[in-house]
Design a protein around this ligand. Structure first.
Ligand SMILES: [Zn+2]
Length: 100
């Protein structure tokens, strides 16, 4: 019996399996994974699956970057507003409050 490569459909963990059981236990998430004997087609499927998962992760990262950029923009606007308020305060610094 030779070692085969298994890919977990749940967490995409890929690991070599050398046992004889019909089902293996994923070392990552402990999920049951049907053991299929190694074939090039199967490995292609695994690669496609992993690519899709990577794309999803990348999309998630892009979204987080967008949110981050949005927050940065808001901070810049707030800083501008604070500068304006400070400038206003400076303009009024000669104001005599006692005469009100
Ligand atoms: Zn798993």
């Amino acid at each position: 019996m030779s070692t085969t490569v298994l890919a977990c459909p749940k967490c995409a963990k890929v690991w070599p399996y050398g046992g004889n059981a019909d089902r293996a236990t994923c070392p990552n998430c402990k999920g049951k994974v049907p053991v299929e004997r190694f074939s090039v087609e199967k490995l292609d499927d695994v690669v496609v699956q992993l690519r899709e998962q990577m794309d999803e992760l990348q999309e998630g990262a892009d979204r987080r970057l967008e949110v981050y950029g949005d927050m940065k923009q808001r901070i810049v606007e707030l800083e501008k507003r604070i500068d304006e308020l400070e400038a206003d305060a400076d303009d009024n610094s000669g104001f005599d409050f006692d005469s009100v």
